[in-house]
Design a protein around this ligand. Structure first.
Ligand code: FES
Length: 151
């Protein structure tokens, strides 16, 4: 099978992809080969306006970055684009917004289920840090996203 459907199935997932990526960054001799990893400053804004700046590496997803820094972003499906609990809003007036890739059809489908949807809404598990995203500002929704995987 080829085409867009297959590409969606092999898309990297949030938490697991990040761990795999990190382990690949260590060379055979135990030396870090992180020269290709760049630190990116990302600011999460809590609903009350409190900013929380963290540093992430290229290849890391916003969801993973948030969870690794104790930021309250749920991610019920583990980054598989099957819920909307990692819904965030990107500040389009700041650096980085224009560098984001367009959301996939699956992401848009899940975003339709998110509460407090805005024009710049995205799923945190679908945004991967890369060059150009340094300085990105990510707003956390005011309400908890209720849509999660059915158990
Ligand atoms: S964690 Fe479920 S869609 Fe992002």
């Amino acid at each position: 099978m080829t085409g867009p459907h297959l590409q969606r199935q092999i898309r990297p997932v949030g938490v697991f992809y990040s761990r795999q990526y990190a382990s690949q960054a260590v060379g055979d001799r135990g030396q870090s080969s992180t020269t290709n990893l760049r630190n990116r400053r990302i600011t999460f804004i809590y609903p009350d306006g409190t900013p929380h700046q963290v540093i992430g590496n290229d290849g890391e997803h916003l969801l993973t970055l948030a969870q690794n820094n104790s930021i309250d972003l749920e991610g019920a499906c583990g980054g598989q684009c099957a819920c909307s609990t990692c819904h965030v809003m990107i500040d389009e007036s700041k650096r980085g917004f224009e560098q984001l890739e367009a959301p996939t059809e699956s992401e848009l489908d899940m975003l339709d289920l998110a509460s407090g949807l805005q024009e710049t809404s995205r799923l945190g598990c679908q945004i991967c840090l890369k060059e150009g995203l340094d300085g990105l500002i990510v707003k956390l929704p005011n309400t908890k996203n209720a849509t999660a995987l059915e158990s």
